[in-house]
Design a protein around this ligand. Structure first.
Ligand code: GLC
Length: 819
């Protein structure tokens, strides 16, 4: 696959090979005429390839990114007779073997049994230090990930530019978020396997995913050589565990942030905020947060309050808090260029803003007019930015929403006469990222552009941590880079209230999820253009399952609160959000799992069924964890849909109809319903619906049990707000289901582990598709109807409900139905 000959007209060319040598750290260095490359193995079986012009690699960027340092595993090296090398590592965390041809440099990565994983080669450089490499793609391989992208789930056949950009409603080209990570998956049953590749490039990176030649994936950078890591599987879950082990995982969010967020550009004064809060509560529509868009500020000056519109923000926040609402305030990076404005003056005096090549502070136009940009790559600028948040956090704002942080800017003023003008994106290529005082440290903006939002969110998260050291922060961001999940949730920016955007939110969020961002969502109802009642109904039904669920909309359109579409749609929205609140123990458990292993909350079907080739094609259904599958309606007028059920037995949520997969079925989907399925063996923790995180649900816990030979669930409970869980302040319980032949079912609830107390309460177990039982035993004692002791059971319509006094102790339930 490699050539040593330059191709006429191609800016990238190969460099002559000079020799190789092992390093003391167990890596191998390869010298070229004017360039160097290094291959290192990680303890988890990952393979890192770095290459750069010159005779030294640039410093490892982990400190600049706040990541753990890379540790190379001691690899074993063998020189083969045919001048090739074999480097391998076997360890408890992973094993890998790399067959290396030094000239031209080619890497054949395989597992310890010699099964191939990935083949890379064709290393080229351009004169400015950009690099290119190619990866072979096998016929059955699909390519997923790349963070936030338009264009469907499988990226094979596409050309992608990863460079953070405000696409301004165009459904093409680079997006707000740039995560240069992809997952290659082959799903033939016998040899199903996955691996992942991160191209750790902070400037623009281009990927030709088999578009030019179907059997080649070509990766290109514009500078700084190449830093690439291949993460072996074999399952998608293994790949993502390794990838997130490198770039970081989603910390457990506060419970309130998993509730519904109601937003609008803008709730522009205190009265509007109060009114929307009042209506939400009066109508019983579950909501935990209200967002304040740009109009809360004084002339769009960040960290200020508009004196007339928001004269008493602390009082407002306090009132909201009493009603169970948190306030989330938007913060844009653009600081208004205004000599009378403290943040601008101070930032200028301290050299905190980005400058151009001539040491002039770079100006761009955003909401406040001419604005300047803090240089978030510097730690002291981040610390200063964190401090500014006092103005918001002291007033009682609970979460921060970082927008426009690609960074976005325009040449015409968008707000002129409140009419959208066509505009061109600001050309920021001349911008530098270092203080005038340290010219030798300067980096051109383009080389680190993709980190701008990432570093801003890092500062924002620190602001919340400083203000409330024992609370979990909530930060929402529009832009980000690989690992952004450590600091912020991502929403997918400005979408349209149109059916294709509803449909597309599924593959977009699935690819973001596969790229490490577990906490993600799209604007429910669409941001721009007016939403129709039917579209809103379908969107909120789906959005109630988004990991991050926010209704947001632009000013120039019909209002988008749930009651704006008439009583029928309001009832649908209410029911959808109530279901989310009832499902919270399951959702929360998935976030806890994601924090531990990197596993996404939203998963494409192939993630759970890696050997199912049909499942790998599905992009309008998704798994919510490994137990539930959602098949939303995303087509106008549709009142039924086809659903693919992978292998196993499935229960339709609601009527418990059972189906045996793999097969396609057609299900009814009237406007007030969204098809949902539970895998047999599922134990889904739920609770009574509440209107916000602060309310006490009734029942506090109910396990929905879908009988099968075996089932397992881990229940996690904690205070939902503080960091006490990191010090043992959580309660986990393992629940196991076993069905024996002849109608006998046994459920074992393990004893609580951890220090979080479970106050005595009435919990419930609901066994689905259960014939009328002859005997139900609870800890060996036979149960009867209500009022006969601490535990009791009732049976009706094929459901058996066991209610019991739950103190977090272990319990065993046995059901004999004599069937
Ligand atoms: C951007 C954001 C949008 C926000 C608007 C005004 O377009 O993407 O969510 O409402 O700016 O702040």
């Amino acid at each position: 696959m490699t050539t040593t000959q330059p191709v006429p007209g191609d800016r990238y060319r190969p460099l002559a090979f000079r020799g190789w040598q092992p390093t003391s750290a167990g890596e191998i260095d390869f010298a070229f005429d004017g360039a160097i490359a290094r291959i290192a193995l990680g303890p988890d079986g990952s393979v890192r390839l770095r290459a750069a012009l010159g005779d030294e690699l640039p410093p490892d960027p982990h400190e600049a990114l706040g990541r753990a340092a890379w540790r190379s595993a001691a690899g074993e090296l063998r020189e083969n007779d045919d001048a090739t090398l074999t480097l391998w590592h076997e360890g408890p965390l992973g094993s890998v073997r790399v067959d290396i041809r030094p000239d031209p440099l080619t890497l054949g990565i395989g597992d310890r049994h010699g099964e191939p994983i990935a083949m890379l080669g064709g290393l080229h450089f351009d004169a400015r230090g950009g690099a290119r490499i190619k990866q072979m793609l096998g016929p059955g391989e699909r390519v997923f990930g790349f963070g936030e992208q338009h264009g469907g789930l499988d990226k094979r056949g596409q050309r992608l530019l990863l460079r953070t950009r405000d696409p301004a409603l165009t459904p093409r080209g680079a997006m707000y978020v740039a995560i240069p990570f992809y997952l290659v998956h082959r799903s033939d049953e016998a040899t199903a396997s996955s691996h992942g590749v991160l191209l750790d490039s902070f400037g623009a990176a281009r990927f030709d995913v088999g578009a030019t030649r179907p059997d080649r994936l070509v990766l290109e950078t514009d500078g700084d050589g190449l830093d690439l890591i291949v993460f072996p599987g074999p399952t998608p879950a293994d790949v993502i565990a390794r990838f997130t082990g490198r770039v970081g995982r989603t910390p457990r969010p506060p419970l309130w942030a998993l509730g519904h967020h109601q937003s609008r550009w803008s709730y522009a004064n205190e009265t509007q905020v109060r009114r929307v809060a009042e209506e939400l509560r009066e109508r019983g529509i579950p909501t935990d947060a209200i967002h304040l868009d740009i109009d809360y500020m004084d002339g769009y000056r960040v960290f200020t309050w508009h004196p007339k519109r928001f004269p008493a923000p602390a009082q407002l926040a306090e009132e909201m808090r009493r009603q169970g609402f948190r306030l989330v305030a938007i913060v844009d990076p653009g600081v208004k260029k205004d000599p009378d404005y403290e943040v601008y003056r101070e930032g200028l005096t301290r050299d905190h803003f980005c400058t151009d090549r001539n040491d002039r502070v770079t100006t761009l136009r955003v909401w406040p007019g001419d604005s300047v940009l803090p240089d978030f790559n510097r730690a002291e600028v981040r610390a200063w930015w964190s401090e500014q948040h006092r103005a918001l956090l002291d007033a009682g704002v609970s979460g921060i929403w970082n927008d426009m942080n690609e960074p976005a800017g325009w040449k015409s003023d968008l707000r002129l006469g409140r009419v959208m003008l066509p505009y061109r994106q600001q050309d920021l290529s001349a911008m530098q990222q270092a203080p005038p005082a340290a010219p030798e440290l300067r980096v051109a903006h383009e080389r680190v552009r993709n980190l701008y939002g990432y570093q801003e969110c890092r500062a924002t998260r620190a602001a919340l941590e400083n203000a409330h050291p024992d609370e979990r922060p909530f930060v929402l961001s529009r832009s980000g880079y690989a690992g952004i999940q450590r600091f912020a949730a991502i929403w997918t920016g400005d979408n349209l209230a149109r059916w294709p955007h509803l449909r597309e939110s599924i593959p977009m969020l699935l690819n973001l999820s596969l790229s490490g961002v577990a906490f993600c969502g799209a604007d429910i109802g669409g941001f721009a253009l007016s939403c129709t009642p039917e579209l809103y109904a379908r969107w909120i039904q789906l959005g109630a399952f988004y990991p991050f669920a926010r209704t947001h909309s632009m000013w120039a359109k019909k209002r988008q609160e749930p009651w704006r579409f008439g009583p029928e749609i309001e009832a649908i929205a209410k029911a959808a959000l109530e279901f989310r609140m009832a499902l919270m123990p399951h959702l929360y458990g998935l976030f806890c799992e994601s924090e531990r292993s990197g596993a996404p909350v939203w998963r494409p079907l192939f993630y759970e069924f890696p050997g199912d080739a049909e499942a790998a094609k599905i992009e309008d259904q998704f798994m919510l964890g490994s137990e539930l599958m959602v098949a939303p309606v995303v087509t106008r007028g549709a009142r039924e849909r086809r659903v693919y059920l992978p292998e196993g037995r499935w229960f339709a949520w609601g009527d418990d109809a059972q189906y045996l997969g793999p097969r396609w079925i057609r299900v009814a989907a009237p406007l007030d319903s969204i098809p949902l399925f539970a895998r047999a063996g599922a134990i889904v923790p739920m609770r009574g619906a509440v209107r916000h995180a602060g309310e006490i649900p009734d029942p506090p816990l109910r396990l929905e049990i879908f009988p099968e030979a075996e089932g397992f669930a881990r229940l996690v409970e904690d205070d939902g707000l503080s960091l006490a869980y990191q010090r043992g302040g959580e309660a986990t319980r393992d629940v196991r289901l076993r069905a024996h032949a002849a109608g006998r079912l046994r459920l074992e609830i393990g004893r609580r582990e951890g220090d979080f107390p479970i106050e005595p309460r009435r919990s419930q177990l609901r066994f689905h598709a259960c014939p009328r039982p002859q005997r139900v035993l609870f800890d060996g004692e036979e149960l009867g109807a209500p009022a006969q002791g601490a535990a009791h059971c009732t049976w009706s319509g094929g459901h058996l409900i066991v209610a019991f006094e739950d103190r977090g102790d272990g319990a065993v339930v046995e059901i004999e139905s004599g069937a």
